[in-house]
Design a protein around this ligand. Structure first.
Ligand SMILES: Cc1ncc(COP(=O)(O)O)c(C=O)c1O
Length: 353
């Protein structure tokens, strides 16, 4: 029943987030979370922030913006902070794209992009990825309304080189190009180095993956001051206090702890490589992943069967029942131990085929 619903959301298809099951303890490899806990400094900072919960938080998110500025060497006027990168992406679609001018993104990418487009009544052009799931770069040139691109892409994990990102940005001089760098720290060149050269480039980042802070909801965007001003107009027309005090304090502490960040980042990359090799030995075909997940297909057993067989054995991965990728599993990179259990179980399942 949809009585009293506005016409705007009557037919809205909402995003379905990956499962967070409570029925039993799983090895959880389905939502690209980091298997390692956040930096111990995060907890300390959050505990201190709890003393002031009576007061509203800083609406300008200064703590996060200053930490990002220090770590990434960008001046504070070029940074925007939000409640996870999802919120920033949602605000960006409203800030930069107009009905009647279709936004362009690949057919296989983060499923929130079509959801935001539909929510705001924007049309969109889906550009089919190549057969091997790489992005057909030239087809993103001269878009009629703007481009949104995840780099590396999700759920394929395949990254474009900075050279190609720059071509996409420079070939769309009249519209905003959003590069969603949710997984950039796992061996992709960031486009942040281009923001002073291109006024139409917005880079969106998150603490959810490489900083192990999915539960805190802290993201940021980096771009020309003019784009950041537009995001602030949207934000302050919607909710001035997007980040609570614990998120501001904890997020800033996590971003600043470089040593811990590097240690976790390297461990995930190491485990990704090792798991990919073991899976290839079992006959899996994998895309070259530059993210904290693998995107895999087996010639002998379909992905849905594998998904259920793994689930029964207490391992949760992601399966997308969608054209072109319906026979693939997206498997987040866990700890070395979790991944070796996963590979053992895959090997056992495959013995029956
Ligand atoms: C490509 C991409 N962008 C953005 C996000 C959202 O991340 P956040 O937790 O910062 O909202 C995700 C999360 O899975 C993602 O895969």
């Amino acid at each position: 029943m949809k009585e009293f619903w506005s016409k705007r959301i009557y037919n809205q298809q909402a995003y379905t987030a990956g499962e967070q099951p409570k029925d039993k303890k799983y090895i959880k490899l389905n939502t690209n979370e980091n298997p390692y806990p956040p930096s111990p400094k995060v907890k300390e900072a959050i505990m201190a922030a709890l003393n002031d919960l009576r007061l509203y938080p800083d609406p300008n998110c200064t703590e996060i913006i200053e930490a990002v500025s220090e770590v990434y060497g960008v001046s504070t006027e070029k940074i925007f902070a939000g409640n996870g990168s999802d919120e920033i992406l949602a605000m960006s679609f409203l800030a930069f794209y107009d009905p009647g001018r279709p936004v362009t993104f690949p057919d296989i990418t983060y499923t929130f992009y079509p959801v935001y487009s539909e929510l705001y009544g924007l049309s969109y052009n889906l550009i089919p990825l190549n057969e091997d799931f790489t992005v057909p770069v030239e087809r993103l040139f001269r878009s009629p309304g703007g481009v949104v691109l995840a780099n590396p892409n999700a759920p394929t994990g395949i990254a474009l080189k900075l050279y190609d990102i720059e071509r996409i940005v420079s070939e769309n001089p009249d519209f905003t190009v959003i590069i969603d760098e949710a997984y950039v720290e796992y061996e992709t060149q960031s486009a942040v180095s281009l923001i002073d050269k291109y006024a139409n480039l917005l880079v969106v980042r998150t603490s959810s993956k490489s900083y192990s802070l999915a539960g805190l909801r802290v993201g940021w965007a980096i771009g020309n001051e003019n784009l950041i001003n537009a995001l602030n107009v949207v934000k302050n027309s919607f909710n001035s206090y997007t980040l609570g005090r614990p998120a501001l304090a904890g997020g800033a502490a996590g971003i600043r702890d470089r040593e811990y960040f590097e240690m976790c980042r390297k461990k995930v990359i190491f485990t990704r490589r090792k798991t990919a090799e073991s899976m290839q030995e079992l006959g899996f075909e994998l895309t070259p992943s530059s993210a904290n997940f693998l995107f895999a297909e087996h010639p002998k057993i379909n992905a849905e069967t594998l998904f259920h067989a793994l689930r029964e054995r207490g391992i949760l991965v992601r399966y997308f029942n969608k054209p072109r990728i319906g026979n693939r599993l997206r498997i987040s990179v866990g700890t070395d131990y979790q991944m070796s259990v996963m590979v053992e179980q895959l090997s056992d399942i495959l013995r029956h085929y």
